[in-house]
Design a protein around this ligand. Structure first.
Ligand code: GDP
Length: 176
């Protein structure tokens, strides 16, 4: 039995997708252990997405890769093609996005809950997420569009990626 943390982000709450998203986790057999509506503070979101250079660089790289794939010029949009600088901008947009409205924080449990939840959520980039996943079914956002609009990807949901991340995030959002 494993536990994982899911956040239903403000874009999904605003679109009325909370029930649909929870149904998908329940349908596969994961159990709801804890759930609450939160107006997240900047402080908690800064801890959730820590100021970690490796992670920030990898987020920036995703945007650079998409620009390259579609032959677009990121310097025109952001004035830089440095992965760390791009990643830092995205982290700032992300903190703004998660604090822009109510979110739902959930602890799910079940067999390989972390891997199963990530499978149901799908690829970080909705444009590349498979149909049948939450991100693939409910969004067509992409890093080039979100960068032009100077905002984080609207990909509806967060789910912990590893056992360590799940432990850290569960104790950040819940007193359990
Ligand atoms: P996740 O674990 O699949 O959510 O992906 P990451 O931890 O890599 O990224 C965290 C969040 O940052 C994502 O869920 C997106 O909301 C946002 N994000 C990630 N990559 C990009 C990107 O390339 N461009 C923009 N604008 N936002 C991104």
């Amino acid at each position: 039995m494993e536990r994982t943390l899911v956040l239903i982000k403000p874009d999904a709450v605003k679109r009325g997708l909370v029930g649909e998203i929870i149904t998908r986790f329940e349908r596969v057999g994961l159990s709801l252990e804890e759930m609450k509506i939160v107006n997240a503070t900047t402080e908690i979101v800064e801890q959730h997405y820590p100021d970690d250079k490796n992670w920030i660089r990898s987020v920036g790289k995703k945007t650079l890769d998409t620009y390259q794939k579609y032959n677009l010029n990121i310097v025109e949009d952001l004035g830089t093609d440095d992965a760390l600088e791009v990643g830092n901008l995205i982290r700032r947009w992300l903190i703004h996005q998660i604090t822009s409205g109510p979110i739902i924080a959930i602890i799910l449990s079940g067999n390989h809950a972390i891997e199963v939840a990530r499978k149901i959520v799908g690829n970080t980039v909705p444009l590349f997420a498979e149909l049948g996943t939450i991100r693939g079914d409910f969004s067509i956002d992409s890093p080039d569009l979100s960068t032009k609009e100077k905002r984080a990807l609207q990909n509806l949901i967060h789910a912990s990626a590893t056992i360590e991340e799940a432990k850290r995030e569960i104790s950040l959002w819940f007193e359990v």
